[in-house]
Design a protein around this ligand. Structure first.
Ligand code: FE
Length: 298
């Protein structure tokens, strides 16, 4: 089992924090949290002080994906295994810990430059959460799809070093990604660290914003339907129709964030048990729906 429990938070740099604040609360149904920086937006999905932290900057990009570790003991084991694997590890400063409201944190870059933070001892927010009911808990805040250009290096780092389990693979046709036709297979890998079918997926798709999409899951189809209504009301660009994914069974749609990457907004995702799960190849993206405007599917 991986020492990593779940996806804990995302940190996003944005040229328009107020747009994110509006999008996060009005469209996604998150509630506004409090935090140390008056210029940042702290978006809550549950009892944590923030699941998405949006800080002002000159670019629109994901700056880090934060991963939660159970306790100090697992945290030091993970830190030791990263050292052993020769991965450059940066230890958080007291300011960084205070900003994230966690007891310990280290960060690394994956082989593709995606910044990953590992933390334990997150503070809880004592004010009750009042937004949409998201499925978090042991499943974490959702899943994230990151760009990774080298399949073998991606698998080595995420499975051998970080301990994620391969849950499924999907073969992509280069033409789908606007690349020349080739007989070399391109793979999308779906990896898990807890009961959620996948907490990270790695895709050979360039992403100037550093992220392809974030999936957040709600408790019911009505929550998804209401979010679709809010996209229309607040003119948030929906980029796919509703659909059901073939691998994790999620019924979802995709909407573009103010930072140019997408959010998959879904319900009914599959949970798995490593004792019985067998990793296979899915040959269809979705069993129905998920018609994308403006290009290929994800
Ligand atoms: Fe997804």
């Amino acid at each position: 089992m991986s020492l990593i429990r779940s996806l804990g938070y995302l940190r996003v740099e944005s040229t328009d924090v107020p747009a994110w604040q509006e999008f996060g609360t009005r469209v996604l149904g998150m509630s506004l949290g409090r935090g140390p920086s008056p210029d940042a937006a702290y978006l809550r999905m549950d009892e944590l002080p923030a699941r998405i932290v949006v800080t002002p900057g000159s670019q629109d990009r994901l700056t880090a994906a934060g991963w939660e570790i159970s306790d100090f003991s697992d945290f030091s084991d993970l830190s030791a295994s990263l050292d052993e694997a020769g991965v450059a590890v940066k230890h958080a400063s007291p300011d960084e810990l205070a900003d994230r409201r966690v007891a310990q944190m280290i960060s690394v870059d994956d082989p593709f430059g995606n910044r990953l933070e590992f933390f334990c001892g997150a503070a809880l927010d004592s004010r009750p959460y009042s937004g949409t009911g998201f499925v978090t808990g042991v499943q974490g805040m959702g899943h994230v799809v990151l760009p990774a250009t080298d399949d073998a290096a991606a698998l080595r780092f995420y499975t051998d070093v970080l301990g994620f389990r391969l849950r499924d693979s999907m073969r992509l046709h280069p033409e789908m990604l606007g690349l020349p036709a080739s007989d070399q297979p391109l793979w999308m890998r779906f990896l898990g660290c807890g009961p959620r079918h996948h907490s990270v997926a790695l895709a050979p798709i360039p992403a100037p914003s550093g992220m392809i999409h974030l999936m957040i899951e709600t408790g019911s189809i009505d929550d998804v339907g209401r979010a679709i209504d809010r996209c229309a009301k607040f003119k948030a660009p929906m980029i796919s129709t509703l659909g059901r994914h073939a691998n994790d069974h999620m019924v979802s749609f995709y909407v573009r964030t103010p930072s140019g990457f997408d959010i998959e907004y879904g319900t009914g995702g599959l949970t798995v048990d490593d004792a019985t799960w067998v990793a296979r190849q899915t040959t269809a993206h979705s069993v129905w729906g998920h018609r994308f405007s403006g290009g290929g599917g994800r």
